[in-house]
Design a protein around this ligand. Structure first.
Ligand code: FAD
Length: 425
């Protein structure tokens, strides 16, 4: 018998973004006729974040184009959306949620979809002036700062991960003089391995962006006292002091050094927290409480392996929202495991980096199409672990990459994967 929530019960969704919206849609698709209340801290209707570091920052899209939904569609879905409202506390056992206006709600089901926020540089006033790109407001503020600084705006990006690299590429496209500072010797090495990380890092130099690796940021401070009224945004240009004693002057500093899951409001909830909300294989954090998206750390079972994973990809957040709703309706006994093939993309310098699966730093790597140092910067690499294909990554070769998806679904062997593109045009 199902221990899922009543079809005419009540669900509260904390977080009004991609995962939360997909959960609301999933509940209705699953036949849920009860009340759906969604609370979101931001003042915007749910919108898409990937364009923020790309088209919105570039000025190619007006901010409205990122909208994932609107009032009319939410009304049609029967979602009662409260914007500018935070969930402040949860009692998981009682399924009682307290909002920041003091409202206390007892519901049948809770979806935790509160996402993540950017890490910031510690310390100084200068560091506080450094921009991040997580929200629409962040992206609009950053674009305004670059426009205000004028042609040749000096931008220092801290962090050569995917977001930092996208911001660097977009700023270069806007005519800014861009430097990227990365503390690791090879950008992206933990995510894609040394060789592929080096190939991705090389894209910056090819497009006139300076990349400094293996160096940390010691301080960010106004360039000098007498420059305080000078050009730049929000006051004087900033001086980014590096760990090797050198420094860079910037009109705009952008920090892209990763994110932290928004879990503080769950302190004392009875849920297990540990770099995300810890969930089982079907996204349950407790009976009647599921999590989805960037905030969720779940037990990912794939091909006989089990891994605790928190994955910050758009497609995972979308799929998880739907799956979390399905789990809530099915109940713990009958819920299906969430076992996707993760997919991620990133757009930089007119190139599209795409990845399927999840490589580990120690995985075997083989280039199966193109070359890492190819003139057109296009290639496909595959990753293998314990005799099996674990991931595939391509730059500007989407069709070849997607050929590996069925193999990843099937848990194909390394040999089979190595042979896939052989002999193909
Ligand atoms: C600039 C940028 C570019 C990206 N580009 C790509 C890309 O190219 N490819 C890709 O695969 N992925 C990309 N991503 C990642 C992708 O956008 C995320 O994985 C996705 O947004 C996660 O959705 P989410 O709903 O889990 O969380 P979020 O989108 O973080 O939303 C969580 C929401 O919950 C709100 N909230 C937080 N705490 C509370 C609370 N207590 N009460 C109520 N509301 C709360 C937050 O304000 C936020 O609105 C990008 C992300 C960013 C920021």
């Amino acid at each position: 018998m199902s221990d899922g929530i009543r079809r005419d019960g009540s669900v509260l969704i904390a977080g009004a973004s991609l995962a939360g919206l997909r959960a609301a849609q999933g509940l209705r698709e699953g036949g849920f006729t009860g009340s759906v209340l969604m609370v979101g801290e931001e003042l915007h209707y749910p919108y898409d974040r990937p364009p923020l570091s790309k088209q919105v920052l570039a000025g190619e899209w007006p901010p409205e184009r990122t909208a994932l939904t609107d009032r009319a569609r939410l009304d049609a879905l029967g979602v009662d959306l409260h914007l500018g409202r935070r969930a402040e506390a949860l009692d998981a056992e009682a399924r009682r949620v307290t909002l920041d206006d003091g409202t206390v709600l007892e519901v049948d089901g809770v979806v935790v979809a509160t996402g993540a926020r950017p890490r910031r540089l510690p310390g100084s006033d200068g560091a506080a002036r450094a921009a991040v790109v997580r929200t629409l407001d962040d992206a609009e503020r950053l674009r305004a700062a670059i426009v205000a600084a004028g042609p040749g705006c000096r931008v220092v990006v801290v962090g050569a991960g995917f977001i930092g690299s996208e911001v660097a590429a977009t700023c270069a496209g806007l005519g800014c003089a861009v430097s990227v500072v990365e503390s690791m010797a090879t950008p992206l090495a933990p995510a894609v391995g040394e060789r592929v990380g080096a190939a991705c890092g090389a894209l910056h130099a090819r497009h006139g962006v300076e990349l400094r690796t293996g160096v940390t940021v010691a301080d960010v401070r106004p360039q000098s006292a007498d420059a305080r009224t000078g050009a730049g945004t929000g006051g004087a240009p900033l001086e980014v002091v590096l760990g090797d004693g050198t420094s860079l002057v910037a009109d705009v500093v952008v920090v892209g050094i990763g994110v932290v899951a928004n879990v503080e409001w769950l302190e004392g909830s009875g849920l297990e927290i540990g770099d995300g909300v810890v969930c089982d294989h079907a996204l349950f954090a407790a009976d009647g409480v599921v999590a989805a998206g960037d905030v969720c750390r779940w037990t990912w079972r794939h091909h006989g392996e089990e891994e605790s994973a928190r994955i910050e990809h758009w497609e995972i957040a979308a799929q998880m929202g739907t799956a979390a709703a399905r789990s809530l309706l099915a109940g713990r006994r009958l819920a299906e495991p969430f076992d996707p093939v993760p997919y991620f993309w990133s757009d930089q310098y007119g190139l599209r980096v795409q990845m399927l699966g999840r490589p580990a730093p120690t995985d075997e790597v083989a280039v199966v199409d193109g070359a890492l140092d190819a003139e057109d910067a296009s290639f496909v690499v595959i990753y293998g672990r314990r005799g099996r294909l674990s991931a595939a990554l391509a730059v500007s070769r989407p069709r070849q990459l997607m050929a590996f998806r069925p193999l990843l679904v099937a848990g194909a062997s390394w040999e089979e994967a190595l042979g896939l593109l052989a002999g193909r045009a």
